[in-house]
Design a binder for this molecule. Structure first.
Ligand SMILES: *[C@@H]1O[C@H](CO)[C@@H](O)[C@H](O)[C@H]1NC(C)=O
Length: 305
């Protein structure tokens, strides 16, 4: 009898503890949903809105001194928006840049965000350096040495060959993702200016994989890198656990999921940037309620020797 009473008292304490835990869980869930899931992924926001308006860590952690999801290791890095440091870009006017990947990490390319303000203008890349720009927010005007201009809006991109005179201008505000590398030239081959938009690129076959793939540059020999746009529906993941000689710079444009890099597993979301050195084991699974879209630099078409 005594045993039974003791047992039932313990049981009822357990029940009430579990209930109160449940209440906490429910209310925390309510807060998270309201701020980070429903708002951010609502269809009423412009394309790639999350990249320039990221969730700065879980809302209850963003004011915690010293907290960041950013990681820098020998063979990979995750650079999350709360770690971005913007400063004037040499040669550009009224433009702030955050260099997220540079050769100091081991890469042979740079990847940076350029925030162009009122009456801003780009500078030229160094000698023999090719440039790729992708518009994340706003509108820029690209003019080449023939004096011919293109208006580039969100989702548009341009490739500028090495030593190709051009300028990007912006009257209001625009945010660009920019990739640059020293061109690995091939005899009898030259690259050309390319201006297009992601939505106009055809979907490509991805044997053995479920994600949707678009390539923004030609796959022909002159081009020593390509930029892939990869889309995953929630729950979809890479089949191949890739390990390869190519290096990657990745910018998550939409959605959230888990990125595996080496032996580390990272929760990631729109706005996050990733550096992958050659041969780092890499794998992604999309989670959340909306598709993941990311943009990926990959060096191609050159002998690794
Ligand atoms: C300048 O841009 C126009 C339009 O895209 C293109 O036809 C022309 O070839 C470009 N000039 C050069 C020198 O590439």
């Amino acid at each position: 009898m005594q045993t039974f009473t003791a047992y039932s008292t313990r049981a009822s304490i357990l029940v009430s503890i579990s209930l109160s835990l449940l209440k906490v869980a429910v209310s925390v869930e309510g807060i998270c949903s309201a701020t980070s899931i429903f708002d951010a992924d609502s269809n009423s926001y412009p394309l790639y809105w999350k990249v320039t308006n990221p969730t700065l860590s879980p809302s209850h952690l963003q004011d915690l001194p010293g907290f960041t999801r950013s990681v820098y290791k020998r063979d990979h890095a995750l650079i999350t928006p709360e770690s971005h440091v913007f400063s004037p870009i040499p040669e550009w006017t009224n433009t702030l840049g955050a260099f997220l990947i540079t050769p100091a990490m081991g890469s042979h390319f740079v990847m940076y965000l350029a925030k162009m303000e009122d009456n801003s203008r780009s500078g030229l890349p160094p000698y023999d350096v090719e440039r790729f720009i992708f518009v994340l927010q706003g509108t820029v005007t690209l003019t080449n040495m023939s004096g011919i201009s293109h208006k580039l809006t969100v989702d548009s991109f341009a490739y500028l060959p090495p030593n190709f005179e051009h300028s990007l201008k912006c009257d209001a505000s625009a945010t660009l993702a920019v990739f640059e590398r020293r061109y690995a030239s091939l005899e009898n081959h030259v690259t050309e200016q390319i201006v297009a938009s992601t939505e106009k690129q055809p979907l490509l076959e991805t044997p053995g994989e479920v994600f949707e793939l678009r390539k923004l540059l030609p796959t022909t020999a002159p081009y020593d890198f390509n930029i892939h746009i990869m889309d995953f529906q929630p729950g979809e993941f890479l089949n191949v656990k890739e390990v390869h000689y190519n290096q990657h710079g990745l910018l998550l444009l939409e959605g959230q999921g888990i990125y595996r890099l080496g032996d580390s597993w990272y929760p990631v979301q729109a706005g996050d940037a990733i550096w992958m050195a050659p041969f780092v084991p890499q794998w992604y699974a999309a989670l959340g309620k909306t598709r993941t879209r990311y943009l990926l630099y990959k060096d191609v078409n050159r002998n690794p020797l």
